[in-house]
Ligand binder design. Structure first.
Ligand code: NAP
Length: 263
């Protein structure tokens, strides 16, 4: 894959959740535009497979991997330090790792499950912002995209940790933009609707274990675009938001949802 625009030549970008559906597709997109990539994820084997997929798609890509639990501060510091050692700068950061969490009616939703989802989806994003922004502020340049969700704008039943954590991502995106736009940094969020990734496939299985495709058709019928989105459509938006093309966009939550939140 070779994109005709090359907005990330000589730029280093960290991607958390880099072995997952959206993270990996975004890595391929950014590498195809010349970016050097640090893939961060929780498990080594997934990272090695993801790295291979980036190199298969973009043979010239420079890719390193770093195992980290994004909710562990020492491991966050380590993915920042590892990137600086390998590439000398951090020009872009896709703060994207997240989990879906379980679904329970509120009376059955445990504080432990709430805490688990908040810790990865919100504390993980907070720690990434804190340690990457410390470096970018010194550097005087850089762009960040946090992954929120339409669940950061809307509420739906039974997924309290996910909804709360993604609303927190929306809030932190605005707060970080308010603090760091004056340093020449741009911080925005992408808020995907239903995107066809392994995470979404699992959700469809849960909705209708006998016929996940029927669950998907029903889900799609409620979206104005009448289909789910693709990881490539998120990747294209993230590439734009990390690029100079978006230099005067700050603190925005860009919904990529086929019109789902318009109704
Ligand atoms: P995914 O395929 O499950 O990717 C997420 C990746 O993050 C996985 O590789 C996962 O590893 C990893 N991860 C989980 N916990 C981690 C931790 N503590 N530290 C580091 N990495 C961790 O899901 P995706 O669809 O690409 O999701 C990416 C982001 O988009 C998430 O923030 C998600 O909430 C958001 N999003 C997705 C959709 C959608 O429809 N897919 C919609 C809205 C928002 P394991 O697989 O080993 O757990």
């Amino acid at each position: 894959m070779n994109h005709h625009i090359h907005r990330f030549e000589d730029k280093a970008v960290i991607i958390t959740g880099g072995a997952g559906g959206i993270g990996l597709t975004t890595a391929i997109r950014l590498a195809s535009e010349g970016a050097k990539i640090t893939l961060v994820d929780i498990a080594e084997d997934g990272l090695q497979k993801a790295k291979q997929q980036v190199v298969d798609a973009v043979p010239t890509a420079q890719v390193i991997t770093c195992v980290a639990d994004v909710s562990n501060e020492d491991q966050v510091k380590n993915y920042v330090a590892t990137t600086l050692e390998a590439f000398g700068s951090i020009d872009g950061f896709f703060n994207n790792a997240g989990i879906d969490g379980k679904r329970f009616p509120l009376p059955e939703y445990t504080p432990e499950e709430f805490e688990r989802v908040m810790t990865i989806n919100s504390t993980g994003v907070f720690l990434g912002l804190k340690h990457v922004l410390e470096h970018m502020a010194k550097q005087g340049s850089g762009a960040i995209v946090n992954t929120a969700s339409i669940g950061g704008i809307l509420g739906w039943s039974s997924q309290y940790g996910y909804i709360a954590s993604k609303h927190a991502v929306v809030g932190m995106t605005r707060a970080a933009a308010a603090e760091f736009a004056c340093k020449g940094l741009q911080i925005n969020a992408v808020a995907p609707g239903g995107i066809k990734t392994p995470m979404a496939a699992e959700a469809m299985e849960r909705l209708n274990p006998d016929d996940p495709q029927a669950a998907e058709r029903q889900f799609a019928s409620r979206i104005p675009a009448r289909r789910m989105g693709t990881p490539e459509e998120i990747a294209g938006t993230v590439a734009f938001l990390l690029s100079e093309d978006a230099a005067y966009i700050n603190g925005q939550i860009i919904l990529v949802d086929g019109g789902q939140t318009c109704q």
